[in-house]
Design a protein around this ligand. Structure first.
Ligand code: COI
Length: 349
């Protein structure tokens, strides 16, 4: 790896008590370029803009995908990544679907470790604090032909993070828009999936909601995801979540929740989550809670769910009665080295 350290650290200007998600970047980044059929040297360089042309393919045709992951610092200033192999595996699944060449381990895993290590002072500690890490790959060839690009850049940037949504959110069940379709790219962390979600999300916001619950494109009868998160609902004492498929992102937080639910003796059904069943449970009071999970948010509880012209408020549960809270706490305790890690999820940097 080629290492070029910055001589102008921005760390003295960073206030860990006063920042917002995603707009402050640590001093360094990883870059690695692909051309002539192979990936070049992995470089750790000062964070900053790169020279690109508006004619590059990634911008015009959206041949781009990314990952979201976090590093945590404990009281002893030890630093841990959370299940980085899962993200490595997933970016290459996304890349394959987008005809992007496989990202080498040296760029992704070694790059992550080197970046987090060099900028370890940047990682805020304390409740809800972490470093959010964004590996991204995009097509850089300067050509307007609509075909697979011959040039790419893989990069890793990172931003200090605290809780993404501090309060519960209200969500609207979509009866028209969808984020994915059979044979599409829903399972991939394709940049275009997010672009396509912004307009329907804005419509939901205009109606007084925060996020959309995405339903299947064919019938809109089944839950798929919510906002940028996987979705869970609890009816009585059972948790339900959609089965992952080519339309649903195989979330690392989702998978961790499922394993933790099993360990905590909570009943989980992974399968079809029918809109009609959720609406009926909202009406008869058996829907106790619902929430989204993802790397950025960890868990966001829903305070209301809308369907058509109706908006149903969810009960407010005490933390100790909330499965969302119990599972989130169990997860965060492992991530932050406050609990044993029976799964081997923590990876020390
Ligand atoms: C993540 O949770 O890592 C996401 O992808 C959400 C992000 C788009 C903010």
């Amino acid at each position: 790896m080629i290492i070029q350290k910055t001589e102008n650290s921005k760390l003295p200007t960073f206030d860990p008590n006063n920042f917002s998600f995603g707009d402050t970047f640590i001093d360094h980044m990883i870059i690695c370029e692909y051309e002539n059929g192979k990936w070049g040297d992995v470089k750790l360089v000062p964070y900053g803009p790169l020279p690109f042309t508006p004619a590059m393919m990634g911008v015009n045709y959206g041949q781009a995908c990314f990952e979201g992951m976090k590093a945590y610092k404990d009281e002893n200033d030890d630093i841990f990544l959370f299940r980085p192999e899962k993200n490595f595996e997933r970016i290459n699944k996304s890349a394959k679907r987008l005809a992007i060449p496989e990202i080498p381990r040296e760029a992704f895993i070694d790059g992550l470790n080197a970046l987090v290590d060099i900028d370890r002072e940047w990682i805020p500690k304390g409740e809800g604090m972490s470093l959010y890490i964004r590996p991204v790959v995009f097509a850089t060839e300067e050509v307007l032909k609509a075909r697979v690009s011959n040039k790419y850049m893989f990069a890793i940037v990172a931003t200090p993070a605290k809780s993404y949504y501090s309060a519960p959110v209200s969500v609207k069940i979509s009866d028209y828009y969808s984020r994915s379709a059979n044979g599409g790219v829903g399972f991939a962390k394709a940049a275009g999936n997010y672009a396509a979600s912004f307009y329907p999300t804005q419509l939901a916001i205009d109606e007084g909601y925060d996020q959309v619950i995405w339903t299947d494109d064919a019938t809109h009868e089944y839950f798929e995801e919510s906002g940028t998160m996987n979705v869970f609902v609890r009816i009585n004492d059972t948790i339900y979540t959609p089965k992952t498929s080519e339309k649903i992102l195989d979330g690392v937080t989702r998978d961790s929740f499922l394993q933790l639910a099993e360990r905590n003796g909570i009943d989980v059904v992974v399968g079809d989550v029918k809109v009609a069943d959720v609406v009926a449970a909202l009406k008869d009071g058996s829907l106790k809670e619902a929430w989204g999970v993802g790397t950025a948010v960890v868990t966001t509880r829903f305070e209301a769910i809308g369907y058509g012209d109706e908006k149903f408020a969810l009960p407010t549960l005490a933390d100790e009665d909330s499965f969302a809270f119990i599972l989130k706490k169990a997860l965060v305790d492992i991530q932050t080295n406050h609990a044993e890690d029976p799964f081997g999820w923590r990876v020390k940097v």
